[in-house]
Design a protein around this ligand. Sequence first.
Ligand code: UT7
Length: 323
Amino acid sequence: MHRSVVRGVGGYLPEKCITNEDLAHTVDTTDAWIVERTGMKQRHVLAEHQNTSDMAAEAAKIALHNAGISPSEIDLIVVATVTPDHPFPATAARVQAKLCANKAFAFDVNAVCSGFIYALSVADQYIKTGMAKRALVIGADAMSKIIDWTDRATAVLFGDGAGALVLEGVPATHGDNDRGIQSTHLFSDGNHYDLLYVDTVSASENQAGHVRMQGREIFKFAIKLIGEAVEVVLQNNNITVDDIDWFVPHQANLRIIEGISTHFKIPMEKMVVTVDRHSNTSAATIPLALWEAQLDGRIQKNHRVVLEAMGGGLTWASALIKW
Ligand code: UT7
């Protein structure tokens, strides 16, 4: 068996940035409401000519550069997204072509805001069994393309972006220094699909639908389900909160992150927070936060990093990585 070790991280945020004040000109909202209820201050939005695969490829290039690995050495590309460039082919295939990663097999995963942890888990299984040696795991979403910009309940919450991890398989030993993905935990409950979904899709008119959300209900589920996912990852690895160096939560709402911090007595200094500047970039929140925290020197080799997420589906997930 092999262990999936993180070799490189990358991220991409589109140049255009929309502040809360900008939104207050187009929908009935205020900067004060958005900051108080979500912690969000701004979000990045891609340009007209850009697509999810453009952001994903840019993030991947940075991750590959940081890993010192060339695209031709990649065996597998998994893209977590709910905003593919086209219904098919997979956005991962578009990324493969953009990178000239000719050896790789490539496919997408759709688990909404939990998508990155799902994709990480999928890639980890291929690496563990030796079916892939090096994998690119990407979370990328162009939420601006599926937002109803007239609906204040959702228009203020989302942003665009992409983040990528390069994983490499190393033979698993069983010592304390065994770096890499320690465990991943995935959960779904399709009974609550209507709390967060995209309404009608008209493929013939090449039109996506719009995000519809029962925010308050999702909020309650988020606190409960993320709590359960964190509990599972701690128990499974026989560790406590004190053993964790960094918590990298999905960034849907600062109040959810603070709720988890309070519940588990995790100091907020250990929480990697980007929601104020990125808003909710769906599958991209976690790899973007990992990228930022590695870049500024917070996450270092051998640190224990817990990831957690919850989103449409419902889906929820957690993971522990020894960096
Ligand atoms: O990433 C996937 C998972 N997603 C989430 O986890 C999101 C979870 N939900 C949330 O983060 C929060 O529920 C929201 C931020 C979406 C909403 O915050 P809330 O505190 O739950 O507000 P609410 O939906 O209960 O709405 C409170 C009031 C309502 O007015 P009334 O009925 O009290 O008069 C809304 O109409 O705020 C109003 N409202 C707004 N006001 C100004 C809703 N959106 C806005 C807005 N600006 N943008």
